[in-house]
Ligand binder design. Structure first.
Ligand code: PEP
Ligand code: MG
Length: 754
């Protein structure tokens, strides 16, 4: 059954549009469980009805015509209960209604399962049989599992409006794709899909205006793959067994087959660029093999895909020109990386929408640093179909509107105007001290390291650098950077901010930050080998980095070193010895280095409970609320499926922060917070109330947070904290903080148009 299930889901996902997907679905389910009927009904919100969308076994003319008002009939019962209904004789059930149009009067057995996404019933999948008997347990679970897997595709069709046009809903309600709010802001622009090189499945659609030229490009690529294969075959010829040699012949035959060439060229002539045309051809060929029952023939699907990848690689080498980024580019991708964002000219990048990731992924952090709206984890978005579509990106609420209706567009244009006005008010904060209304200073520092250049104005604005993530220079190379290149890199930051403090964090790779040349394969990377755990087992990497930091600081004296992912006091002791050793050796070598201040990050629960022991050992403490929230709540910070549960305003997080601040106080150590929470205006009053000494955040958040700091008194902040600490869940705290910002007239910082 599992195999059949995979084949159905695969075929459905590959269908070019929703109607074909539903047709394939009912046909394949009908065959798989040998029922007499298989139908699918989808909910049409506009007319509040369950509409028959596709069927095998009922009269085809009934499709689109049978519209059961909500709550009516057995389909209505399944939707209402949101659970399967399995009946030996449907006609005997009080909710049964006979619909003459469909020819269903002769069927007795009925099984309906709901299609549910995010607790909402989107439709009902129904199988019927002439016989009077209940469906078997395996059949129920089969349909149930299938329905769960289909919910995503249907949910996208609803969001994009495709469903409205199919169900004939008269007044389409503009829906949106949901994700997680990245950086608060609104943007309207055109989608440019970015994809990983040589990944055929994620190639986006792009329109071209010279199909002849594109066809020639495609033919060249095919010819080159042919040459590659022949060369490989000749080279390996003598060593390969006959069956494997036959594989080369089969691949060559496939490559030069008329269907592959003609089908692709035909699609190119319809105006699509060669990579997308190739994607379509390969998908349809592979699908034929995928659907075969013979396991050997099914395996051939991967040969077809391999061929596709090879042609794509040649097409990519023969790219006609650089991507034309429109003035308002909304960068869209399956899993947007900081690197892909850096490829877009910054003045053209209006927003970022990523199908995976969450608000604390590094792409979202970079978006905040650049001050552009981002929506992350939009898992229902069909990325390859987004190229060139007009998008409205609402980074406040985590929404994306695809091809918005004029009404939505007008509303967001209004919000954009208001946002611009708000931007001017925010700008007015520039140059003013970050102090509460009662004169208490809360210095605001910068988080940097993800962007190579920091703009001049933000340099002047920040009290220093509270977190410099040193991973990036390590990530963009093909080997570990040497001491000299690290010295140059750190010197640049230290000098730019001197005499203000700059906190360089030692290498924090592992988790979601992988070095291409130092792969770590783990089942559970966030609980694995990351941060200082790597440093302790590879002291040579750590020592090189620390030496570079100390040398970069010569003559400046503003270096602070910060150790990430500390879970045991022993780690701090050992690393401090290594820092001392690097210092002493450098002195011996004649470098006039001095000992920097050394601090630790508190970002795992054990460090919270041992904050006093840690504080006693170091010069300062910095709370990494991103990881702390992840580990306290057991919610992967990058997983959109559990993103709703990730909330730094959770009372447990607030209590942990309080414990850390109390411990730091006991030893008179300064405590700062450098996770994304520091840049969240909703959290500012709580952090001030807790007595956190300084906050370190992305540059885009600096003036907004300063605005909040300048609008509150310490007393008010403490009162809010007391109320929040008595609350039992994050939603309550969130509401409290939202209304407090509204009262201060700062609601616009978290919601558009306030
Ligand atoms: C954190 O965990 O809060 C933090 C600042 O570090 P990073 O986001 O780089 O893990
Ligand atoms: Mg961290």
């Amino acid at each position: 059954m599992l195999d059949t299930l995979h084949r159905i889901v695969h075929a459905v996902n590959k269908a070019p549009d929703l109607q074909s997907a539903l047709d394939v679905l009912v046909r394949m389910v009908h065959e798989a469980i040998s029922s007499d009927v298989c139908s699918i009904y989808l909910v049409d919100d506009a007319s509040r009805a369950n509409v028959l969308m596709a069927t095998v076994g009922l009269a085809p003319k009934a499709v689109g015509r049978v519209r059961l008002p909500m709550g009516r009939g057995l389909v209505g019962l399944v939707a209402e209960r949101a659970e399967p209904v399995n009946l030996a004789d449907a006609t005997a059930h009080p909710r049964y209604i006979r619909i003459d149009d469909t020819g269903e009067a002769r069927f007795r057995g009925f099984l309906g399962v709901p299609i549910i996404k995010n607790r909402r019933v989107l439709g009902v999948l129904v199988v019927r049989q002439v016989e009077t008997r209940e469906f078997q347990d395996e059949e129920v679970t089969f349909l149930f599992t299938l329905a769960a897997q289909l919910a995503g595709a249907i949910s996208y069709a609803r969001a994009s409006g495709e469903l409205d046009s199919l169900t004939g809903g008269e007044a389409p309600i503009q829906r949106f794709l949901s994700g997680q709010a990245g950086f608060a802001g609104v943007a309207i622009g055109s989608a440019v899909v970015t994809y990983r090189q040589s990944d055929l499945q994620s190639v986006p659609d792009r329109r071209i205006d010279d199909p002849e030229r594109e066809c020639r490009r495609f033919q060249r690529a095919v010819a080159q793959v042919g040459e590659d294969l022949r060369r490989l075959q000749a080279r390996l010829g003598g060593e390969l067994p006959v069956e494997d040699q036959a594989l080369f012949d089969a691949l060559l035959l496939m490559l030069e087959s008329e269907t592959l060439l003609l089908q692709t060229e035909e699609t190119i002539h319809s105006g699509l660029w060669a990579p997308a045309a190739l994607r379509e051809t390969i998908a349809s060929h592979a699908r034929i093999f995928d659907e075969m029952d013979d396991p050997y023939l099914r395996e051939r699907a991967s040969d077809v895909r391999d061929l596709g990848r090879r042609i794509l690689m040649h097409l990519e080498h023969d790219q006609p020109r650089e991507i034309d980024y429109p003035a308002q580019t909304v960068l869209v991708g399956e899993d947007i990386s900081a690197m892909q964002m850096a490829e877009v000219p910054p003045e053209r990048l209006a927003a970022v929408v990523s199908a995976s990731g969450s608000s604390s992924s590094h792409a979202a952090i970079l978006a905040r640093a650049m001050g552009i709206p981002a929506v992350m984890g939009v898992s229902e978005m069909p990325v390859s179909r987004m190229q060139g579509r007009t998008l409205v990106v609402d980074g406040y609420r985590g929404r994306v509107y695809v091809d918005p209706t004029p009404a939505v567009l007008a509303e967001y244009q209004r919000l954009l105007r208001e946002e611009r006005a708000l931007g001017e008010e925010v700008e007015a904060m520039r140059g003013l001290p970050s102090e509460t209304t009662d004169g208490h200073l809360v210095p605001l520092y910068l988080n940097t390291g993800l962007v190579s250049e920091t703009q001049e104005e933000s340099l002047a604005e920040a009290a220093g650098v509270g977190l410099y993530r040193t991973e990036l220079p390590f990530m963009v190379r093909d080997r570990f950077p040497g001491e000299e290149s690290q010295v140059a890199n750190y010197r640049r930051v230290l000098e730019a901010f001197a005499p203000r403090p700059v906190t360089l964090r030692t290498l924090d790779v592992g988790g979601d930050k992988e070095l291409p040349y130092f792969p770590v394969q783990e089942q559970n990377p966030f609980l694995g080998w990351r941060g200082v755990r790597i440093s302790l087992q590879h002291p040579e990497i750590f020592l090189t980095q620390v030496r570079a930091m100390l040398r970069a600081d010569i003559g400046l004296g503003n270096l602070h070193i910060m150790l990430p992912m500390i879970t045991q006091v022993g780690e701090v002791d050992e690393l401090q010895l290594l820092i001392q050793r690097a210092h002493d050796e450098l002195l011996e070598e004649g470098h006039a280095v001095s000992m920097p201040r050394v601090g630790v990050m508190i970002e795992v629960p054990s460090a919270v409970y041992q904050a006093a022991e840690l504080a006693r050992r170091v010069d300062f403490i910095s709370i990494g609320s991103n990881d702390l929230t992840q580990y306290l709540l057991a919610v992967d910070r990058n997983n959109p499926r559990v993103a709703d549960l990730y909330d730094e305003l959770h009372p447990a997080v607030l209590r942990a922060l309080k414990m850390v601040v109390d411990a730091a106080r006991e030893f008179h150590r300064p405590v700062s917070l450098c996770g994304e929470m520091a840049g969240n205006p909703l959290a500012t009053a709580l952090l001030v109330g807790l007595g956190i000494d300084s906050l370190s955040m992305s540059v885009g958040s600096l003036l907004r947070v300063k605005w909040v700091v300048r609008s509150i008194s310490r007393m008010h902040a403490r009162q809010l904290l007391t109320v929040a600490m008595r609350m039992e869940d994050a939603a309550q705290v969130r509401r409290l903080m939202e209304s407090s910002l509204d009262e201060l007239g700062l609601g616009g910082l978290i919601r558009p148009g306030k």
